[in-house]
Design a binder for this molecule. Structure first.
Ligand SMILES: *Cc1c(COP(=O)(O)O)cnc(C)c1O
Length: 444
């Protein structure tokens, strides 16, 4: 058996006399978190009320190992996982707080629904635009927007170990069933893929597919090894488990079986890429996280990192530079820096495009070429992934230089285009064509 498969303290120098159990807290269990209960009353109240609107879920590992409770007001991981008062408008907060204090359940529900509806729960036309058909029927659980890559949302993988407060899939965690692109049908997935030879990549996403038991994940991954799917070269798995629950890869009951499964896919000739979400270098510093990374990499699977730029969490070039360096030193390949999407508490996290570009540039300048593989800052918008390449001047007109790094139409990819400089823009739809153009070329 490959050395990677069995967890052994001889190979991985970490003391785990007892495998930790996953203990999760949701909005109703806030009172069970001692560090949270020690916060000032007002801070606690803010979180309690905000967590009625936004999905909230943390576990003991995040609480005990990642959050700096001595400096909670400035702690990036606290803001990453605990909903904050300022994520709601003052009026909304007051109204909901009042109903909460009065114990008026019906009124609370009314406010919560109204507030959520105002938070653009369906960004970038996800629901309508990218759902493909197979045998004339829409195939649930599949999104196929870019030619080479199919996204698959396995039913059992539609939650996460912890919820990020910025998550653009927030709406599906608050019980809006319509928003789950779930599918039970491995057969449908295989059927669809076998008819689409142009697809080289399958990306399992969620939620977080790593919340699934290995047994469930196995049924999806092994199906990708069928001879009729020879054209599928890359299996990607999007996950935040390396941050929120690295024990998944080390000491969970089926952790060895999971490592074995990754190994099996690699041995079958697939490129296996764990698309790991990271927002801050702190997430990479615990012993257990380092061991989890080592175990994955020992199978021959690669880990690539991506995450959005967020005000108050990582809007600092030093944080990105240090994060990329720590990633590369552990063998992770930086992949994307995203612009926070126009959904949820967008106003709380948003960073102006010009500033985002400056942070990216400054961070890139601090690191060597091996860390500069992260593209960005990139907006995942309806026409495609649009990268801000910079602010420049053409014939005396100040402009944003942009390019598609992914496009709904493949012909758009790598085409540079220009938008009027707008110092306040935070998203593609705030931009207008520059240089006297009426429309952007992709709007026809
Ligand atoms: C980002 C994304 C992909 C993957 O794009 P790559 O550039 O290949 O990483 C695939 N589908 C959708 C809908 C995406 O947003």
């Amino acid at each position: 058996m490959n050395k990677a498969v069995k967890f052994s303290e001889d190979i991985y120098p970490i003391d785990l006399t007892e495998a930790p159990k996953l203990t999760v807290f949701t909005q109703r269990q806030l009172a069970k978190i001692p560090q949270f209960m020690a916060l000032p009353d007002e801070a606690r109240k803010g979180v309690e009320v905000a967590a009625l609107v936004f999905p909230f879920r943390v576990n003991e590992y995040v609480v005990n190992e990642l959050i700096d409770w001595n400096d909670w007001e400035n702690c990036a991981i606290f803001r990453l996982t605990f909903p904050q008062k300022a994520m709601l408008s003052e009026d909304d907060f007051k109204a909901l707080e009042q109903a909460y204090d009065d114990g008026d359940k019906a009124l609370m529900k009314e406010h919560i629904e109204r507030i959520r509806e105002g938070l653009n729960p369906h960004p970038a036309g996800q629901m309508e635009l990218n759902v493909p058909t197979f045998n004339g029927e829409p195939v649930e659980g599949i999104q196929h927007k870019y030619r080479q890559t199919v996204l698959f949302f396995p039913t059992q993988g539609q939650t996460c170990h912890s919820y990020c407060t910025f998550c653009f899939r927030w709406a599906q965690f608050v019980g809006d069933k319509d928003l789950k692109f779930a599918s039970k049908e491995v057969a449908q997935l295989v059927g669809y893929l076998s008819e689409h030879k142009e697809v080289t990549d399958i990306l399992f996403t969620g939620g977080d597919p790593m919340v699934m038991k290995t047994k469930a994940l196995k049924s999806y991954l092994e199906a990708m090894l069928e001879p009729e799917l020879d054209h599928i070269k890359t299996i990607r798995i999007g996950t935040k488990a390396l941050t929120f629950w690295p024990y998944r890869f080390v000491t969970d009951d089926d952790a060895d079986e999971l490592i074995e499964l990754l190994q099996k896919c690699v041995d079958a000739g697939k490129h296996v890429a764990i698309m790991a979400h990271y927002n801050h270098w702190k997430e990479l510093t615990t012993d257990i996280s380092k061991v989890a990374i080592q175990r994955i990499r020992a199978t021959g699977a690669e880990i690539r990192s991506q995450g959005p730029l967020l005000k108050g969490i990582n809007d600092d070039p030093n944080v990105w530079a240090k994060m990329w360096q720590l990633q590369v030193s552990q063998g992770i390949i930086p992949y994307y820096m995203f612009v926070e999407r126009d959904t949820g508490a967008h106003h709380y996290f948003e960073v102006k495009l010009e500033k985002a570009w400056n942070i990216y540039r400054d961070a890139q300048q601090q690191v060597s070429g091996v860390c500069r593989t992260a593209r960005g800052p990139s907006m995942s918008a309806s026409p495609g992934k649009v990268e801000v390449q910079g602010v420049t001047e053409i014939n005396g007109e100040k402009v944003f230089a942009l390019r598609f790094i992914q496009g709904r139409d493949a012909d758009w990819i790598q085409r540079p285009f220009f938008a009027k400089y707008n110092p306040d823009a935070t998203w593609l739809d705030h931009l207008e064509p520059a240089l006297g153009e009426e429309k952007f070329f992709f709007e026809d």
